[in-house]
Design a protein around this ligand. Structure first.
Ligand code: GGG
Length: 347
């Protein structure tokens, strides 16, 4: 029987509840199939930081490297650890170290889930560059605390980095409906974003079957609300992708439905699967967090591992659950009740 080793990092706040919920569903579908999931949980989080002074041990990356995949919950507990410390101490280093350069985020309405828009038949796949750009962490502050203080944060765009994410976007568009929206702000950012547009045009010649349109990020943000059904695959830089996918989450009913996969397309290191949402300290410990985004992310993990049938079964179970109205109104059912409904839809 095929076995996959999965590193589980529940992280902070609701990350713990939703990861446990997704794991219950994944273990159920594995038992029904002919494969096994061996999970190892790591306590890396803001609590771990308080105890050790680090978000993960010094050898954390090397520890994770031997796993087939990582299921991640959420990071952040700003009352105790600044968000800039927790994010740069856990999630971002994993994405960079494992060259998970493609962050894939699907946005569509599950049956029974009402979004805020009139348009209901959109199906957008956002691809966010995940290892460089505005989140490179390059910069510094001088003369701190004085009137002369200067803060510099440099966005880094490499030819290799931009080319590979755009190529990934073209390939995804080719495998879907053949449309790619490439997002920049090249009127205002005349170096990095003009560079991105140039590479988009160069690659477009290699993909004559893909209809590519370059949009400014503000126009694309409006389009996601006014005409989401006109979009297929959207590819954007780290920051723009981060922001646009919160719009994507909003139009699909909320962050509770927004799944994501941090993919290393070369498979030279593990990929990581996580809900788009953060740790939600305001509702942590209430037992009402929506596990659907994490369960959907788990389905993406199964798909990446090659367990396509199991991935499809989890998505069908999610759809059957929301179609019954379960998990469709925030805070109505407990995390446990939604999870139980998905598990029962699997059996
Ligand atoms: N589950 C994802 C999570 O914890 N997100 C927190 C966050 O702030 N993420 C920023 C990012 O995805 O770059």
């Amino acid at each position: 029987m095929k076995s996959y080793s999965i590193a589980l990092i529940p992280g902070d706040g609701i990350g713990r509840d939703v990861t446990a919920a997704a794991w219950t569903v994944l273990e159920t579908v594995a038992k029904q199939g002919d494969f096994c999931l061996a999970g190892t949980e790591f306590p890396w989080s803001c609590r771990f930081f308080k105890e050790t002074g680090r978000m993960m041990p010094e050898d954390g990356i090397e520890t994770l490297r031997r796993f087939d995949a990582i299921l991640f919950g959420a990071v952040g507990w700003p009352a105790e650890v600044p968000d800039s410390v927790s994010l740069h101490g856990l999630l971002l280093p994993i994405r960079k170290a494992f060259v998970q350069y493609a962050n894939i985020r699907p946005h569509r309405l599950l049956p029974g889930v009402r979004g805020p828009l009139r348009a209901e038949s959109f199906d957008i796949l956002c691809i966010r560059e995940n290892t460089e750009g505005e989140y490179s962490g390059a910069g510094g502050r001088v003369h701190q605390g004085t009137l002369d203080e200067v803060a510099v944060e440099t966005a880094i765009f490499t030819r290799a980095g931009v080319e590979r994410i755009l190529r990934f976007g073209f390939e995804q568009a080719r495998s879907r409906h053949g449309k790619l929206a490439s997002v920049t702000k090249s009127n205002a950012q005349k170096y990095s974003m003009v560079f991105w547009d140039e590479i988009t045009r160069k690659l477009a010649a290699e993909y004559p079957d893909v209809a590519v349109t370059s949009y400014h990020v503000d126009a694309l943000a409006a389009r996601m609300i006014m005409a989401p059904e006109s979009l297929d695959v959207v590819v954007a830089s780290n920051l723009f992708g981060d922001i646009l996918t919160d719009i994507g989450a909003a139009i699909q009913g909320g962050l509770g439905y927004a799944a994501s996969a941090n993919i290393n397309p070369d498979r030279s290191a593990p990929s990581m699967f996580e809900p788009v949402h953060g740790s939600a300290p305001d509702i942590a410990h209430l037992g009402i967090s929506n596990p659907i985004a994490t369960i959907w992310s788990g389905a993406m993990m199964l798909d990446h591992l090659g367990e396509k049938d199991a991935a499809g079964r989890v998505m069908k179970a999610l759809e059957a659950t929301t179609a019954q109205g379960i998990g469709t109104a925030p805070g109505t059912e407990s995390t446990q009740a939604i999870t139980a409904a998905v598990v029962s839809a699997l059996t």
